[in-house]
Design a binder for this molecule. Sequence first.
Ligand SMILES: Cc1ncc(COP(=O)(O)O)c(C=O)c1O
Length: 350
Amino acid sequence: MNSKNKETLSSPGRFGFLTEPARSVLLILNFTIVFHNGEKPSRNLTVKKNMKPQLPDSRNENILIHVNGELLPREDAKISVFDSLVQGGDGVWEGLRVYNGKIFALDAHLDRLMDSAHAMAFANIPTREAVKKAIFETLEANGMRDGVHIRLTLSRGKKVTSSMDARVNQYGTTLIVIAEWKPPIYSKSGVRLITSAIRRNPPQCVDSKIHHNNLINNILAKIEANVAGVDDAIMLDIQGYVSETNATNIFLIKRGHILTSHADSCLPGITRGMVISIAREAGIPLTERNVSLTEVYTADEVFTTGTVGELSPVLEVDGRKIGDEDIGPVTTRLQKLYAERTANEGEPLP
Ligand SMILES: Cc1ncc(COP(=O)(O)O)c(C=O)c1O
């Protein structure tokens, strides 16, 4: 703050007609304005203009992205500023993986995408065949057959004016297919978690059974994890039971018994569903019920599930070590059984 302003405001001078408390308020206001005008260094992380961003995988520099029927280089792949995604996060999405020439659980992901779009009352939802075609074309155009993650997004589409009102959507939905070279994102040796202060939405707020793009509460939870220097954050439900992490579902094992939260506030993850059926087929006892944080801290093993990271062992939660720090036997067994599925199942690419 500049010293001239400080003198003028903190001493009577030309503001002498004001009372002492009024001058103090003015001083604080002045400080705030100066702060927001940027004289103080910003604590935000920014990318400098013209600086080349570092991609996690440089092979993704020249990928083609499908936007409403067009395959475009990543820098040209854009949607309108009037799109419902920009206006209100009004979209639904899926994350899929390609293993060895096959898209894993494609039908389950398309079912969830269609159900989400229908629950959101989107008009002109593309057919499953049209969405599949867009995915296949994107993979083909990029020469991708393995080690790939697909982010599939369907928005309510472009509006004719800024608005929350779905009646001003006159163009039909917007479909985006981003396929990137991306191995499972979490370290094979395990992840560390904290518990977030942000609760997962209960169905009476926004139903997690809709896989929507309104991800602010998950993003805030992830920021807490970043600040704490760990991988992700556990989100509790509105009653204080464990729901899931900001990006994955969560399981724990106590004396050979697997526990996982009801899919009331968490996303009913496709990997979660698969792990439940794998465990049941393998004869490992599994119960879906309310799970408390104490049960997580004192579990023998904890792991998370999700398409983007598969099955990831959890080593630590809120500073408590989980089990004996090695990847536990039940987690290892389930990881192996899941890997057998991803190697053998899936929709073959044309
Ligand atoms: C909040 C959240 N939980 C869990 C998952 C895992 O779901 P899936 O196994 O279907 O990838 C996701 C994936 O999008 C997610 O966003």
